[in-house]
Design a protein around this ligand. Structure first.
Ligand code: BES
Ligand code: MN
Ligand code: ZN
Length: 503
């Protein structure tokens, strides 16, 4: 979709459809009022007759209204004017898209930028960005592998955000650029997640990283092969990869467009392209969904690509340890002991706790970049779904200011996380009789003990861990990757950029 901004009155738009808001109790938004006046009370008449109450989710499509230049007007009910939250704003956008898709209009001018959203920083920039990601979300389909693509006959082509005056055009255009870059990053992450594991292999991800390298300036991709990792002593990562015919990789993407002395933000994404559980084999039901076990990696790709697309003056490094977890004859067995790059030994009591095994070596590797902060993103534990469901990602950190930054970035963009404690009290659950630690923490607090495991490899820097097991994809009829937490991560980086620039 092509997005742009424009100022001007709604009745003067020569376009397929104009979208305006109506609030609960039949209250017209300013642009609905303007159209009402131009058309001698057409809208207020309808509203009085009860055709449109303005409740959240109501819509009414009107044609050929007197004294307007557009073919159609879509009234969108937004509920109580004072109660519109981020969540409701996104919902309004989704409802609008559904209706527009069925209307035949291909070019739209939307006045929903007028909607007041609760919270003081929900400004024009925020509304445009949020709308773009919500609209693209509603239009997303993964059609790549169907022989017959079901495209709508008259797809939406052009979407114009109305701004209240010429003075707002610049701000609006910046927001459009940001929104489209973030939305493209989300799209990239969704496609990558939805690809099946026979296509999306560690080798595929490495090739993808090389492609980003050629597409963007200030972007450098390096891929470590199993030999290289052997030399670095990455015994934990390699122990997972050994069970598969696919070669494991460590992908390193450096986007360096900030000050030379600005330490980088390092993002580490779990890239298990298929998690069968290994010798501790998973049950069969829904095992196909373990193709999504690389969604942490996908979010790193999506975030880097959004930042590079926007040419943000920042230094970000993406590290993606990527393997397939399979039960081969030389796969790790429960009880095996391996040595990580950090020198710490690990007793593998369950081969299905493989994410932490590949992450720990990637986290040790991250030290060499002298990071400002390190954030890892991983579909790490089923326990996280039990604890938090599908709404927030789980957040654990060894540095509270970093945790707070992530919490507030998530709130702002609607891609939220929620903090769980990372107290030392939990550490003893990882005790092993035979090695420095076990790879599972036994009964209770599975999400936290997984983070405790990782914390033993992140002592040298500020670190946060996002467990995205509950949010990275949807199951059931709407099965598909969500592209989360690309929004959260790019919002975090935009917030940090503001901080660096004002310093
Ligand atoms: N990738 C899974 C976690 C997962 C499971 C995410 C289901 C989303 C849905 C991870 O590798 C795993 O298998 N974790 C185990 C850890 C356990 C063996 C300590 C789990 O959560 O059961
Ligand atoms: Mn597993
Ligand atoms: Zn896994």
């Amino acid at each position: 979709m092509e997005y742009s901004v424009k100022s001007g009155h709604p009745e003067k738009q020569r376009i397929g459809c104009v979208v305006v808001a109506v609030y609960a109790s039949r209250k017209l938004s300013p642009s609905a009022k303007i159209i009402d006046q131009a058309s001698h009370g057409y809208i207020s008449n309808l509203v009085r007759r009860g055709e449109m109450e303005g409740d959240l989710g109501n819509t009414l499509l009107l044609h050929n209204i007197d004294n307007t230049l557009c073919d159609r007007i879509l009234l969108v009910g937004c509920g109580k004017e004072k109660e519109i939250t981020t969540h409701i704003f996104n919902k309004i956008n989704r409802i609008m898209v559904k209706k527009l898709n069925a209307s035949g209009a291909t070019e739209i001018a939307s006045y929903l930028t007028e909607i007041p959203v609760r919270h003081k920083d929900r400004d024009l920039n925020w509304k445009i960005r949020q709308s773009i990601t919500a609209i693209d979300e509603a239009l997303y389909h993964f059609n790549q592998l169907k022989s017959e693509k079901q495209e709508p006959r008259r797809p939406l082509r052009k979407f114009i955000f109305s701004v209240s005056g010429r003075g707002q055009l610049m701000q609006g255009e910046i927001a459009v650029r940001q929104g489209m870059a973030i939305s493209d990053g989300i799209h990239l992450a969704k496609d990558m997640g939805n690809l099946p594991a026979n296509i999306c292999t560690p080798t595929y991800l490495a090739k993808f990283a090389n492609k980003l390298d050629t597409q963007h300036d200030h972007f450098k991709t390096t891929v470590l092969e199993e030999d290289d990792m052997e030399k670095l002593g990455m015994g934990a990562l390699l122990s997972v990869s050994r069970g598969s015919r696919e070669a494991g990789k460590l992908i390193v993407m450096e986007y360096s467009n900030g000050d030379e002395d600005q330490k980088p933000v390092v993002l580490v994404g779990k890239g298990v392209t298929f998690d069968s559980g290994g010798i501790s084999l998973k049950p069969g039901a829904s095992m196909d969904e373990m193709k999504y076990d690389m969604c942490g990696a996908a979010s790193v790709f999506g975030t880097l690509s959004a930042c590079a697309e926007l040419q943000l003056p920042v230094n970000i490094i993406g590290i993606v340890p990527t393997v397939e977890n399979m039960p081969d004859g030389i796969a790790s067995k429960p009880g095996d002991i391996v040595t990580s790059m950090s020198g710490q030994s690990i007793e593998i009591l369950n081969t299905d706790a493989e994410g932490r095994l590949i992450l720990c070596d990637a986290l040790t590797y991250a030290e060499k970049f002298e990071p400002d902060v390190v954030i890892d993103i991983a579909t790490l534990t089923g326990a996280c779904i039990v604890a938090l469901g599908a709404h927030p990602a789980g957040l654990m950190s060894n540095h509270n200011p970093l945790a707070n930054d992530l919490l507030s970035a998530g709130k702002r963009c609607g891609d939220r996380c929620w903090q769980l404690p990372l107290w030392d009290d939990y550490q003893e659950q990882l005790d092993s009789n035979f090695a420095d630690m076990a790879n599972i923490g036994g009964k209770g607090a599975g999400t936290i003990t997984a983070a405790c495991f990782l914390s033993r490899f992140t002592k040298k820097y500020r670190w946060a861990h996002l467990d995205i097991a509950g949010v990275a994809w949807k199951s059931g009829k709407e099965k598909g990757a969500t592209g989360r937490p690309v929004s959260l991560l790019t919002q975090y980086i935009l917030d940090r950029l503001e901080e660096w620039q004002s310093a």
